[in-house]
Ligand binder design. Structure first.
Ligand SMILES: NC(=O)c1ccc[n+]([C@@H]2O[C@H](COP(=O)([O-])OP(=O)(O)OC[C@H]3O[C@@H](n4cnc5c(N)ncnc54)[C@H](O)[C@@H]3O)[C@@H](O)[C@H]2O)c1
Ligand SMILES: [Zn+2]
Length: 673
């Protein structure tokens, strides 16, 4: 067999595989591998074809767009083909694209580009005759798409008729139908509750929702739309640039993205990419890159297109948020409150900008639901700052000998029999501070920045201190001697002195920090702060009853019970007394009974993107003023704070007549106090 036969065979295999993935993705809206892996296959094929032109063929997936339309729909012939976009995965690839553009456009120095977000949905063609929507079609294979007119009419963002007097006779608007993240999460939660298969990502969810045979189903799906281009136009003189077209589309009442900018020269182009990459995590919908389009239409025309994509545009992709890797083991970790958590150890994988080596599987139920096993190939996702997760197992790649992972019946650290309360998802080691794992975690928590903030006392040091029995309770930390500390592994004399000094410094604290540091179950920073400002003194909190505690904003019956149970334990009271004796102290807090707080009893809902503060920050600020912050709008809601791109919650608030506040109103409200 010759070398060439090998290449030929590989090309053949790649084409078959890619065609199969195209079918899963475009026809059934259910991809089996992450996009990054698909892109790698396509790239490999492109490279082999470029090196061996004699193997090129017109029906290669490198020459084609998408996949043929499904037979169950009426088919629509596109008068002007709907193309895909070429990709650039780094600065160099983008610069090579720009160079090609400049060569074709001889005479131009710096090209002006319009930089648009690459919306992660599916392309749609909307035909307006005399300003009235008469037909909507998917892209399909670029030449023929599916007639989805009835479904598209259910999407609120798509106008059924255009605004204005001077309208084209015929106008084919092109744009993207997509599913905002909140709607996607809700849809998948519903699917899980009904025992149905969730969608892999918002893009597939949008495509699956739009390509329903029953438009009543589409009507229930949260779909949105932005327009970005034109296909056929008759009886109208179009403007000269892509940018002016955007303005025109908007005057016709078609929604357009507000994240569009122009860029000229490489520096501006790269910067525009960086700006959107930063905004990506804040947008209420997914974008997977930016699209650069030559702004001048005459120049676009001169540059032209190839079979699959225009030569005057390119998509610069963001780093992949999903990658495939292998589970090399499953460990069990014991947390601060005894929670036993299965954690998957992974073959290191670079995803979402960091290398991921392990992901939590949360609890046994979650692990079973995803059926994650040692040796499995899995898809790992890391989006923004969200902790990485396993999206799914690639069952096709499962090894025949793989076995279900059994949760241990006894604590892997102290050997106590594991307990699982009725109706609780989480199994626990009941040994409390007799379990070294729990001691270790509670000391880490005690020393952490938001708690006692003991500088330099890192996890590795705490692990040694607990393993050597030098520290059994938080109070023991303040009994450590310089000698004991400097006897630890890799501990310089100087570092030991620094830790002693940091311990001394940490003794002066505040009541909320101290309460939080105790690590009472479900008492986070906000609850600790509410408890402090409500009761004022630790003694009062220690002797409060469940009923009294429940009066505190943000404290429900379960938290109240955890608090009472914590202070009932003699051991905990002793540790607190020792800490005080060892010099831990805080200034008195003036108690503010609930009814006197500025926003006590008021119910808030936050929606949309807030630009000056995060939602969690806003929530905490409101709670500290006595407000309750809930997730859904109802008649009981007093105020809805609507940030940018607020959607269904804002609409609901308006329909119920709930007062809507802007971000500025919110800031004034918080600052007033
Ligand atoms: N995982 C899989 O099995 C699998 C299979 C096939 C395709 N894919 C993925 O699908 C993508 C390729 O799909 P594609 O060919 O549809 O191309 P694409 O999504 O990469 O780019 C073209 C599309 O971008 C969209 N778009 C968004 N914003 C736009 C804007 N401002 N201007 C113009 N167009 C805009 C349009 O719908 C257009 O058709 C790749 O990311 C690939 O990884 C994955
Ligand atoms: Zn234990």
């Amino acid at each position: 067999m010759t070398m060439h036969d090998d290449v030929k065979r590989r090309v053949q295999t790649l084409r078959e595989e890619i065609n199969q993935h195209n079918q899963n993705y475009y026809q059934y809206d259910a991809p089996k591998i992450p996009d990054a892996d698909y892109d790698a296959l396509l790239r490999e094929l492109q490279l082999l074809e470029a090196e061996n032109p004699e193997l090129m063929s017109d029906d290669s997936p490198t020459q084609r767009v998408g996949s043929a339309p499904l037979d169950s729909f009426q088919q629509v012939e596109h008068a002007v083909p709907m193309l895909s976009l070429d990709n650039a995965f780094d600065d160099d690839e983008f610069e090579a694209f720009d160079k090609r553009v400049r060569e074709r456009a001889d005479g131009f120095e710096d090209i002006e580009y319009l930089v648009e977000p690459k919306l992660d949905g599916l392309a749609i063609s909307l035909l307006y005759a005399d300003g009235v929507l008469v037909r909507a079609a998917t892209r399909g294979d670029g030449k023929r798409g599916e007639d989805v007119t009835e479904n598209v009419k259910t999407i609120g963002a798509i106008p059924l008729s255009l605004k204005g007097d001077n309208l084209p006779l015929r106008l084919e608007v092109r744009g993207e139908v997509f599913m905002p993240l909140s709607g996607f999460q809700q849809l998948n939660q519903q699917a899980l509750a009904l025992g149905e298969k969730p969608f892999a990502n918002p893009r597939n969810a949008a495509a699956g929702s739009l390509r329903q045979l029953d438009s009543k189903i589409t009507a229930t799906r949260p779909l949105a739309f932005y327009s970005y281009g034109i296909g056929v136009v008759e009886g109208y003189e179009l403007p000269q640039t892509q940018q002016a077209l955007f303005q025109l589309l908007a005057t016709w009442g078609l929604p357009v993205s507000d994240q569009v900018t122009t860029a000229r020269g490489m520096q501006q182009c790269h910067q525009a990419y960086q700006v959107l990459a930063q905004k990506r995590a804040l947008l209420p919908y997914e974008i997977d890159g930016v699209v650069y389009k030559v702004n001048d239409f005459a120049l676009q025309k001169a540059i032209g297109f190839v079979s699959r994509a225009p030569r005057w545009a390119i998509a610069r992709k963001f780093p992949a948020q999903e990658k495939m890797t292998e589970v090399i083991g499953i460990d069990v970790q014991v947390g601060r409150t005894g929670a036993i958590t299965p954690v998957a150890r992974l073959a290191p994988v670079f995803v979402g900008g960091v290398t991921v080596t392990n992901v939590t599987l949360h609890n046994e139920g979650e692990m079973r639901r995803k059926d994650v096993r040692v040796g499995d190939t899995v898809i790992v996702r890391r989006a923004g700052d969200v902790i990485p997760e396993i999206v799914s197992v690639v069952l096709e790649k499962r090894k025949p000998a793989s076995q279900l992972f059994e949760m241990p019946v006894s604590c892997p650290v102290c050997g106590s029999t594991v307990e699982r309360a009725e109706g609780e998802a989480i199994a626990r080691c009941p040994a409390g501070l007799f379990c070294r794992a729990q001691v270790k975690e509670s000391i880490k928590h005690f020393a952490s920045r938001k708690a006692m903030d003991i500088d330099g006392l890192g996890d590795k040091i705490i692990e040694q201190l607990v393993a050597q029995d030098l520290v059994k309770t938080p109070a023991d930390l303040y009994r450590l001697t310089h000698e004991q500390l400097s006897s630890l592994e890799r501990m310089a004399d100087k570092s030991a002195s620094n830790i002693i000094a940091a311990l001394e410094k940490s003794k002066v604290t505040t009541l909320p920090k101290f309460l939080y540091a105790l690590g009472i179950r479900e008492v986070g920073e906000v609850t600790a702060a509410s408890l402090s400002s409500y009761f004022g003194q630790l003694d009062v909190i220690q002797s409060a009853t469940v009923e009294e505690l429940e009066k505190v904003p943000d404290v429900g019956p379960i938290v109240a019970q955890h608090i009472v149970a914590f202070f009932e334990l003699a051991h905990n009271r002793e540790v607190i007394a020792s800490l005080k004796n060892l010099g831990v102290s805080w200034p008195n807090v003036e108690a503010v009974p609930q009814d006197d707080q500025a926003l006590s009893g008021k119910v808030f809902v936050l929606t949309g993107t807030l630009s000056t503060m995060g939602r969690i920050e806003a929530k905490e600020a409101l709670q500290l003023l006595g407000a309750k912050v809930t997730g859904s709008v109802s008649k009981k809601t007093d105020y809805v704070v609507a940030g940018e791109d607020a959607g269904s919650k804002l609409k609901k608030a308006q329909s119920l007549g709930v007062t809507v506040l802007s971000e500025d109103d919110l800031i004034k409200l918080i600052a007033k106090d």
